[in-house]
Design a protein around this ligand. Structure first.
Ligand code: GDP
Ligand code: GDP
Length: 438
């Protein structure tokens, strides 16, 4: 039997956690105490929304006499993220942001579990403007609800269900490596893609042959493929087996068409891509098509111009110009000119991938983000509308929410995106900007 995913409800006393729990479960199962600060046992009830079952846990655990406030906050937050797939941090709009809310937020943030800020007691529209204050918790857009009246709880549950792990993805108990998934970061998947004969297998074998690499084979993302995990100085990387790269004798990786299909599948399941191009042949139409697809998939990419040692100076200049011209949409991607066969410059590849992973996972400080956005607006005011406040709602990829007083022109958004990207050195990692009108 696989366990249901878990949603933990945290927050200080009296914000409406039990009421929300009742609302989610649809019956009066959790007990609502009218007195603040009453100790309650941890309550766990089963719920479902749109056919998706999950457990909701009220982490409880606050009491006037239960030790220092700080210790209680820590204990509650820790219980939540240890056991949960999604954490709901409940706050109270009628009280506003309190130092305790901030404390809980800071603790749950460390757990690496998605957290939704639920602003409760928004019983009517007049309360709506007060909701934005909670953006300052740095946990993304707040979700206004009235647990008592059911206002907004449907939208919230849609989001909760969307954040749960895909169905059937729960680790069966006792599976190897399934001990404590929160203890370790997910290993990013890298797809090495390119036309046949550009040198993908040679590159792959060189990477795993590197004496610093510790290699583990894992079942791959497609049937009868084997992914390979490599321990590198930049952390672990999982190389997705794109074309039976380990089995060089297999000739079926031959045709251009199938290799393209496989490459595209790999890119869709990858976090990062290495696009290998045979510099001897220059940037071909097929290379361009692949690059466009990688770009569309939103994969940060490192380009390897392979077989570089076979080119003379003139050819090198020509091919460099082709990269700038034909792959301009990957302009921010690092380009390595090297040789998988001789190993020349291949040592630059893993650090380039490491940087891409860092950028993909970067969380920027809210204060600095707002300084950057304000400075950009001063340097170059928008013709209409203004960003009032900005916050990073998510990572992988970095996702920013801009609270504005009006719609902003797409060109202006691109300008802001560039400013953010440059200031925080996000390289070619895909960024998402979401605009919320106040
Ligand atoms: P908990 O301590 O966080 O579990 O909070 P409770 O669920 O016990 O609720 C505390 C108080 O807030 C109770 O008196 C609830 O009736 C009230 N309450 C909960 N949700 C709402 C809401 O959406 N609107 C209003 N106006 N009151 C609420
Ligand atoms: P794949 O089809 O992309 O996996 O390409 P392979 O790795 O099988 O390489 C195709 C051919 O290119 C083989 O004969 C390799 O030895 C050769 N090759 C790969 N990398 C280089 C390189 O950097 N320089 C040269 N000169 N040949 C290379």
């Amino acid at each position: 039997m696989t366990a249901l995913p878990t949603v933990a409800v945290v927050g200080r006393p009296n914000v409406g956690k039990s009421t929300l729990l009742n609302r989610i479960v649809g019956r009066r199962e959790a007990i609502v105490e009218e007195r603040p600060g009453v100790t309650r046992d941890r309550k766990s009830v089963q719920a479902d929304w749109c056919g998706r079952g999950f457990m909701v846990v009220d982490t409880g655990g606050w009491s006037a006499s239960g030790g220092s406030l700080d210790a209680q906050v820590s204990a509650q937050a820790e219980r939540a993220w240890r056991s949960a797939d999604v954490v709901l941090l409940v706050v109270d709009v009628t009280v506003g942001l309190t130092p305790e809310d901030t404390r809980v937020a800071n603790r749950v943030r460390c757990g690496g579990v998605p957290v939704l800020v639920v602003v409760n007691k928004v019983d009517g529209e007049t309360r709506e403007p007060d909701v934005w204050e909670f953006v300052r918790l740095g946990l993304g857009d707040p979700w206004p609800v009235s647990a008592l009246h059911g206002r907004g709880t449907g939208d919230l549950l849609d989001e909760v269900v969307a954040r749960l792990p895909p169905e059937g993805a729960e680790e069966p108990a006792g599976a190897p490596g399934g001990e404590d998934p929160s203890a370790e970061e997910r290993v990013p998947g890298v797809a090495i893609v390119g036309r046949p004969n550009v040198g993908k297998s040679t590159l792959f074998n060189r990477l795993i042959g590197d004496e610093r690499a510790v290699v583990h084979d894992l079942p791959g993302t497609t049937r009868d493929s084997i992914d390979t995990e490599i321990e590198t100085p930049e952390g672990r990387l999982r190389f997705i087996d794109t074309a039976g790269m380990r089995r060089r004798s297999r000739i079926d990786r031959g045709t251009e068409y199938y290799s393209l299909v496989r490459a595209l599948q790999a890119v869709d399941s990858a976090d990062l891509a290495v696009l290998v191009i045979d510099a001897g042949e220059g940037v071909t139409h097929q290379d361009q098509r692949l690059a466009e697809r990688i770009d569309a998939a939103g994969c940060p990419t490192v380009i390897l111009m392979n077989k570089w040692e076979t080119l003379d100076a003139e050819a090198r200049a020509d091919v460099s110009a082709q990269v700038a011209d034909r792959l301009h949409f990957l302009a921010t991607s690092p380009v390595i000119k090297g040789s998988a066969l001789t190993g020349r410059s291949i040592h630059k590849l893993v650090p380039a991938l490491g940087q891409a992973v860092d950028a993909y996972r970067r969380r920027v400080p809210t204060r600095e983000l707002n300084q950057v956005v304000q400075a950009a607006q001063v340097a170059h005011p928008s013709p209409a509308g203004r960003v009032l406040y900005a916050t990073q709602g998510a990572t992988e990829p970095p996702t920013f929410t801009l609270f504005t007083n009006r719609e902003l022109a797409p060109t202006y958004l691109r300008y802001l995106e560039r400013s953010i990207r440059e200031h925080f050195q996000l390289g070619n990692t895909p960024l998402k900007l979401r605009v919320r009108r106040r």
